[in-house]
Design a protein around this ligand. Structure first.
Ligand code: ATP
Ligand code: MG
Length: 299
């Protein structure tokens, strides 16, 4: 379980006072973690992840059997923050039948013919299931805000793109999430907070390592050139949409192992705290089982 001080440090306040500058992308928790070498840190994080996998596997079975809640896990980040590998590491070992990952790219023509929450609603997890959004409806107030021409492509009547427009999107998102949580969907939102310098290093690595070259996308550099606009959009988004029913978690992303261990900790603590259990069998089913057992044993 994550300590209270860690949870406090990585959970965005829900009263609008969030300030991204308070969150260090290279944050390493306590003094003892800071003293560890990279190798020792990785070792410790792996033990932690292992523990997280065990408890997640157990909880996932209960979530499925209980069949009342669903879990929606949202990942948002700048490019190269490690969304894909975090999903891979944190969710490894869980039953793929109970989990679905959806990655959201540029919307299609059909998606643009609908309102901005439509395509995300289609991918929501059913009861008993875990749904992971690799990018999400938050792109509608992030990339769409930074690249204003994307608003025009949505063909919404009226004046669009001003301060009031984004505030009304935040209100819609808060209401959407309120609706979901009131009906059994638990929402976990992670912003993987990468520094500009660490992103630079990772891009250089991609461009100089032949096994990573395929990951390079020219739009990565285009978006990097809008770094400050993105930071501003994240600041505004998190301040307006960190709510008591769906708070944001700001995960330091400069160290991949710290990041993965923290995400795993938040997910397993959250499912572990739900009032879920394997359903109790009604009396008539208990006697049915006794009869079945008797018949099998006497074959
Ligand atoms: P990778 O780690 O592989 O780069 P990625 O999530 O960046 O993963 P890409 O295929 O590179 O995936 O990029 C998806 C692109 O789609 C991103 O640039 C993202 O901003 C964009 N996108 C996502 N949702 C929307 C949206 N609603 N409107 C416009 N663009 C969007
Ligand atoms: Mg990309």
């Amino acid at each position: 379980m994550l300590g209270k001080s860690v949870i406090r440090a990585i959970t965005a306040p829900t009263d609008g006072s969030f300030n991204l500058c308070d969150h260090d992308p290279a944050w390493r928790d306590t003094q003892d973690l800071r003293a560890l070498s990279e190798k020792q840190l990785k070792k410790r994080a792996k033990v932690y992840l292992e523990r997280g996998h065990k408890s997640l596997t157990e909880c996932q079975e209960k979530l499925y059997a209980d069949n009342r809640y669903s879990l929606l896990v949202i990942f948002q980040a700048m490019d190269a923050a490690g969304k894909d590998t975090t999903i891979k590491h944190v969710m490894s070992g869980i039953n793929p039948q109970g989990c679905q990952v959806t990655s959201f790219k540029h919307p299609s023509a059909t998606e643009l013919d609908h309102t901005f929450l439509w395509r995300y609603s289609q991918a929501l997890p059913r009861r008993g299931m875990i749904g992971i959004f690799n990018r999400s409806y938050y792109e509608e107030v992030l990339v769409v805000r930074v690249h204003r021409e994307l608003v025009a492509a949505q063909r919404i009547p009226g004046k669009n793109g001003g301060a009031g427009f984004w505030k009304s999107r935040f209100r819609d998102i808060n209401a959407f999430e309120r609706h979901l949580t009131q009906n059994g969907t638990v929402i976990l939102k992670f912003f993987l907070n990468l520094s500009k310098e660490e992103q630079r290093q990772r891009f250089i690595e991609r461009l100089t390592n032949k096994d990573k070259l395929w990951k390079y996308d020219p739009s990565d550099l285009r978006d990097r050139s809008h770094w400050d606009s993105y930071q501003h959009a994240y600041q505004e988004t998190i301040a307006h949409t960190s709510s008591p029913w769906a708070p944001w978690h700001i995960i330091p992303a400069d160290n991949k192992w710290v990041m993965r261990a923290l995400v795993s900790g938040v997910i397993s603590d959250t499912i572990g705290a739900l009032d879920i259990d394997f359903p109790k069998l009604p009396k008539h089913r208990v006697s049915e089982i006794k009869v079945a057992l008797k018949s099998l044993r006497s074959e």
